[in-house]
Ligand binder design. Structure first.
Ligand code: ZN
Length: 178
């Protein structure tokens, strides 16, 4: 089922999401929710989706990149489910790149992010996972993790100078995009 996406201004996007009781993860209802979130992400050409974006205050994020028209240059990332994640920088390097968000529809801006992060979470099978991610994958993880803290990418921009509508992005910015 495709879920309704919460847009900027809805209070759920500004709340700190509640942790998921681990015993719930394997229940059919929860597995259906993960399936619905994956379907919603695909429907809107997202590379990630967090539960607050579908009006649920819960620490759940999904990431997947597979030939995405919104991010044509992004590397492929298999479906990754992060439940109750902890994210911290692995190194001090920061890089800027363009981000958009299904909840901040039709806009994009340059956002500085840690180049490399260390992630601890439960996956969709309730197993504890720990891994390191870098580049675009690390960027999407930080973007989704922010959603679970009640933050959106606008909060992470150094200033709003590069904030742009998608049409203007294609016209004026994409050609300068490394
Ligand atoms: Zn987002």
């Amino acid at each position: 089922m495709i879920l309704k996406v919460a847009r900027l201004g809805h209070p759920v996007l500004r709340m700190k999401a509640k942790p998921v009781p681990v015993a719930k993860i394997r229940t059919p209802q929860f597995q259906t929710l993960l399936g619905d979130m994956a379907q919603t992400m695909r429907e809107y050409d997202g590379v990630g989706i967090a539960a607050p974006q579908v009006h649920l205050s819960a620490q759940i994020a999904l990431i997947r990149v597979d030939r995405n028209p919104r991010y044509p240059r992004a590397p492929k990332i298999p479906l990754t489910v992060l439940i109750n994640p902890k994210v911290r920088p692995a190194g001090r390097e920061v890089e800027k790149d363009w981000e958009g968000c299904l909840s901040v529809e039709g806009m994009r801006g340059l956002v500085p992010r840690w180049r490399s992060v260390e992630v601890e979470a439960y996956n969709g099978n309730a197993r504890r996972v720990r891994f390191r991610a870098r580049g675009f994958f690390a960027r999407v993880i930080q973007h989704e993790w922010d959603h679970l803290q009640g933050k959106v990418f606008l909060d992470r921009m150094k200033d709003l100078f590069t904030l742009t509508h998608l049409t203007e992005y294609a016209r004026y910015w994409a050609k300068h995009d490394g």
